[in-house]
Design a protein around this ligand. Sequence first.
Ligand code: PGA
Length: 252
Amino acid sequence: MRKKIVAGNWKMNTTLPEGLQLAKEVNEALAARTPKCGVIICVPFTHLAPIANEINAEKLGLGAENCADHRSGAYTGEVSAPMVASTGAQYVILGHSERRQYYGETSETLKEKVALALENNLTPIFCIGEVLEEREAGKHFEVVKAQIEEALFNLSAEDFSKLILAYEPVWAIGTGKTATDDQAQEIHAYIRGVIADKYGKEVAENTSILYGGSCKPSNAKALFAKPDVDGGLIGGASLKCADFMGIVDAWN
Ligand code: PGA
């Protein structure tokens, strides 16, 4: 059975003291619950090690929001997968649309990042999703298929099985405009089919596919009720403990 997951993506928010406070709140809220899903927070690089020291890793996973496409060396300002892993983090978001859009990330660089993440025992949370014009032109299926094929289909079935995917329609991210639960189900089922065609039904059935884009306590339950939606990647609503927990509790 594939894992149900709610993962926060803090993006470039919170100072270190603010982030530590938020992580402690989430950690305490989870200590008082038995969540029916895995819970992860993905935080800025600067916050990883201090947060790793404060949280119960049994109940709360920790991830970075990116990593470099090189192992080490003269790449000023970059943070490598081994560095992320050395903080105690277990996950890394890769291919987020904001990285693709603002920092020119391509399938070629993402391929390197995925390989380095896996080599360092980090679980990639790999993001895919179409922009509004592509959705309106009915091209969303081919866009996500190409994103998966180009960056991930070089992996062995064993390595592919280690990934978490996140479908995030770019037009729904931070806009308050969520995909409907039917739209999410339609494309999640399609993505699972694409995986099945390449790696077989068993791998596809075991891959967690999260939905991201204006997911909040009020719409999480309907989204998560869909058979191919295995949880959420949560931006804005992960910055308030009560909202984030409201989404975690949507699995109850
Ligand atoms: P949002 O962001 O929940 O604020 O729309 C989701 C994401 O970008 O991962």
